[in-house]
Structures are given as C-alpha cells and as structure tokens.
Ligand binder design. Structure first.
Ligand SMILES: Nc1ncnc2c1ncn2[C@@H]1O[C@H](COP(=O)(O)OP(=O)(O)OP(=O)(O)O)[C@@H](O)[C@H]1O
Ligand SMILES: CC(C)(CO)[C@@H](O)C(=O)NCCC(=O)O
Ligand SMILES: [K+]
Length: 279
C-alpha cells in the first residue's frame, strides 16, 4: 500500500492506495495538532510500503512525522516547492516559500489541462494560475470560510455552513445573525473566486480551465457560474505526478481526475468583468 498524506493547517488527510491495482482502499482525516502519530484513526503502517507527503504544517510537525514513519516504512517522499517541475516554472520570487499544497495542485492541474486556474478551498482559499507552456504566474490567498467566520467573533463560529445547502439560499439576504454571516462569507468567497479568475484571464488574454479542491470546494462550486470541475484528490494527484509508483501513475493516469472542464469564451469572461465594473 501507498500512504499519501496531505497535512494542512486544520486537518491532516490520508488515503491508502493499492500499488498493484491503483485503487484507493481507505481514507480519513485527523486534526492537525502538536504532533502527528499513528493512532486509532490512522492506518496500520505494517501494510505501507511507501509514503508521499505534502505538508504545510510547521517544519517540526513534518520532521516528527517523517522520523516516525521512516522507522517503519522504507520509502518516504516529502514534496517540496521548487523553481521548476514537470514542465511548470514557479512564479514566486522564492519558490520554496510557495505552499507545497498549492504547488501540488498546480502540477496536477497542469498535467490534466495543460494550463489552468487551481483553487483550494481549505483553511485558506488559494488561487493559482499556470499558463499553457507551463508558466505559473503566482496567485492569491484569502481566508477560508471557517476563518472568515471566526474572525467576526459574533458567536456564530460553531454554526457551519451546511455543505449541502443550495447556492440560491446561501446567496439570499440573511434574516438572522447566523444566516447573515454565513451568506455574507459565502458571497465573498464566491465573488472573489469569480472576480480573480476573470481579472487574470482578461490580463493574460486567455480563458483557462478552472479546477476546485479542498474541504469547501463542493459548496463554493455550487455558487460559481463559470464552468469548472471539482477534484477532491487534486493535492494527492500532485504527489502522484511527482512520485509515480503504480503502473497507472507511471502512465500519467491521475486518481479521481475529473474531465477537464469546458472553458468559457474569453469574450464572455470579459463581458462579465465589464458588467461587474459598471455596477
Ligand atoms: N470534517 C471537517 N472538519 C473540518 N473542516 C471541515 C470538515 N468538513 C468540511 N470542512 C471545511 O473544510 C475547510 C477545511 O478544508 P481542508 O480540509 O481542505 O483544509 P485544511 O486542512 O485546513 O487545508 P489547509 O490548511 O491546507 O488550507 C474548513 O474551512 C471547513 O469549513
Ligand atoms: C496558504 C496555505 C496555508 C494554504 O493551505 C499554504 O499553502 C501555505 O502555508 N502557504 C505558504 C505561503 C504561500 O503559499 O505563499
Ligand atoms: K489544503
């Protein structure tokens, strides 16, 4: 089995992948705490022959995790953001400072589409752009839905947005504090994704396929009118492209990859932008 780890600020997610069949056997998530160690909700390391890690937690958390895993597993790959990988050049002045989860998303997105906008709706909402030809432009970081809500300190932090809510309801004016906060932050996240996508496509003169991942991807997806695809395993797919271990991965087939989303005509993106500027 391959153990893939996506260590985030809020949650550490894992999945077990069968080397022979390339199937995902199980998955789970644990809160990212002081240290990460195998426990009741962590898979049995005896069956694991290789580990691949994307981590944006503190370096000490990663260090402890790797030390522990190396005692039991022969192969441990730790992904890093680099100036260049798999035909993509990093847009950051200091590539090592780009969150490696973002870099994994960019590499997976580029592999799937040959140029895209990748959005990760997690603790933070990040947006990255990579053009056909492989130039990553850099991106944007805004607080995620949960963080935005917590920062308001209106006593609504424990009332989460129902991930199954309809976008129409979430976009309507709230009629109590919880609704006003939830609908407000939802609207700000969806508007930001919309606006940033349109601005960058306009600047660059190209409409790009839009890909979404992260814990809040599904609910944000429902409020977006731009065509896009949701790819829950996008960060893991970045690990697959960097460290291919199964036959399917070596052949470039990424687990759970959606069909590349249709790209709107650039004129339509520009018209939407012009409209929002008129108001
Ligand atoms: N079971 C859950 N526990 C915590 N957050 C959840 C859960 N299900 C959905 N969410 C939502 O997912 C978001 C966190 O997403 P995700 O798991 O992608 O983030 P993360 O691990 O914090 O990633 P990063 O720190 O890399 O941004 C939260 O804003 C929250 O609204
Ligand atoms: C922005 C987050 C927290 C999103 O998970 C992560 O990618 C990160 O810690 N990035 C480092 C800062 C940067 O990407 O510029
Ligand atoms: K993340």
């Amino acid at each position: 089995m391959i153990l893939d780890l996506d260590i985030g600020n809020t949650l550490s997610k894992w999945r077990l992948k069968d080397v022979a069949s390339s199937e995902i056997r199980s998955r789970g998530a644990v809160w990212t705490r002081e240290e990460w160690r195998p426990g009741a909700d962590i898979p049995d390391l005896d069956v694991v022959e290789a580990v691949r890690i994307s981590s944006v937690a503190r370096e000490s958390v990663l260090h402890d995790t790797v030390t522990l895993l190396r005692r039991q597993v022969g192969v441990v790959h730790v992904a890093r953001s680099t100036p260049e990988a798999l035909g993509v050049s990093c847009g950051y002045d200091e590539p090592g400072r780009l969150g490696v989860d973002r870099w994994m998303g960019v590499l997976a997105g580029y592999q799937l589409t040959g140029g895209c906008c990748s959005v990760d709706c997690g603790s933070a909402i990040t947006m990255d752009f990579v053009l056909p030809g492989g130039r990553h432009l850099g991106g944007y970081i805004i607080p995620g839905l949960r963080l935005m809500k917590e920062s308001l300190k209106l006593g609504t932090r424990n009332v989460a947005i129902d991930p199954d809510s309809e976008a129409d309801e979430l976009l309507a004016p709230g009629r109590n504090t919880v609704e006003a906060v939830n609908h407000g932050i939802y609207m700000s996240a969806v508007s930001a994704v919309n606006r940033i996508y349109s601005e960058v496509c306009d600047r660059e003169g190209i409409a790009l396929p839009l890909l979404l991942t992260g814990g809040d991807a599904r609910v944000v997806s429902r409020g977006l009118r731009i065509p896009h695809a949701v790819w829950p395993d996008m960060v893991y797919a970045g690990l697959e492209t960097c460290y291919p271990l199964t036959a399917a991965e070596r052949a470039g087939r990424l687990a759970g990859a959606p069909l590349p989303p249709p790209v709107p005509p650039l004129e339509k993106v520009r018209a939407g932008l012009a409209f929002s500027m008129l108001l």
